[in-house]
Design a protein around this ligand. Sequence first.
Ligand SMILES: [Mn+2]
Length: 510
Amino acid sequence: MDQIIIFDTTLRDGEQSPGAAMTKEEKMRIARQLEKLGVDVIEAGFAAASPGDFEAISEIAKVIKNSTVCSLARASENDVRRAGEAIQHAAKGRIHTFIATSKIHMENKLRMTEDQVVERAVQAVKWALEYTNDVEFSAEDAVRSEIDFLVRVFEAVIDAGAKTINVPDTVGYSIPAVWGERMAALIKRVKNSDKVVWSTHCHNDLGMAVANSLAAVMNGARQVECTINGLGERAGNASLEEIVMAIKTRSDIFNLTTRIDTTQIVPSSKLVSTITGYPVQPNKAIVGANAFAHESGIHQDGVLKHRETYEIMRAEDVGWGANKLTLGKLSGRNAFRTRLKELGIELESEDALNAAFARFKELADKKSEIFDEDLHALVSDEVMQDASEMFKLAYLQVASQTGEIPHAILTLNVDGTEKRTEATGGGPVDATFKAIENVVNSECELLLYSVNNITSGTDAQGEVTVRLAKGGRIVNGQGADTDIVVASAKAYLNGLNKLFAKAEKLNPQV
Ligand SMILES: [Mn+2]
């Protein structure tokens, strides 16, 4: 059987979702989980976007051994060299360079002729080859490019030494039959097409990213670019879990395999959701909370008698139920440290470990069973309590009572100075946010507020996500606590801290 290369771009394209920007530590945790999941290529970021992105890719390249670590680069010398430097310590490193090939992009954005685009693409591949033999080339907006021109560009970059040719539907415009035909036509027409791996990268604007990717696979593509939970620009990218499980469940049709350890799918989904603040919809295929739930009595009866009457996959095969009870109140520091390590979490210092352990003990007092998801949330919280943060929550008291107006009193630590404030509101969360704004005066807009339970049970931690916008910038803030008002305050402050930190970066679209 042939093998499909799974190219995960959660850390690059996924990160370009509004507010999903991640810290280096968060990226590292996801990269470790992706390696555990068995993805072949991790696109760790876009090195030229900012010094922070460069650092994150470079760190990931040093640590990850079993997956290829890749950086994106526009077809410019500076971008390609930054990408090359970022992956220089990788066990296996790749540079992914791209240029737009559609008339609309070449004329309006690049302002380049066809000849200039071909020349630049070839040059970019050559610069990349100075750093690694593993060079991927993408024709941005291939979906709206003329096929004759695509053939010309691809032949030129293959001659120059590109090893993977990616055909992206950058704007999510195609439909499966057409996308499959396009892949087949390119492979048929491009000279030396058998010397390279053909890849597809589909967006979900019409809800067909996964279907289009699979159509490309059925027509010869052997690499699929995708993200955990389908995270990504606008409506997102093709979702890794759906691609992988379709290929596995319908091996009778595809006759293909992947290297993915499918039991790591749900843990990966939860981690990405926790870190980015993008909850997974309950009816999402594979990783949604309802994906394997049978509500109707008739179905339940069938499933209990013979599982396959209604289930085409087994919940345990994709990692449901793997969230075993990890630790309890009596667990010691060593057990705590060991479990963090198993989860791919490495805290920077002994002090950080001690602080996280103290918080774990606090949590264990409120909640008898501590699961892996709790540990991830706890560490996320811990890392957010960065010393460089401008606003910290020192104290919060909220009164909420039927017939009374909710009232919040809180103390904020602002750059080392404690400030006490109070406010009333329509509810305890409203009162809390208003009290915070009395001090901060951020003038930001709250676009989204959501609470999700991290695990089951009434004593579960609530994970709050807020999305804040100010002057065109959007950030997500998160906070977790067994008290959802406290979690809300933490999330709001986390968002404000991100808004007040300067972090401008480029977001190229492929
Ligand atoms: Mn994309």
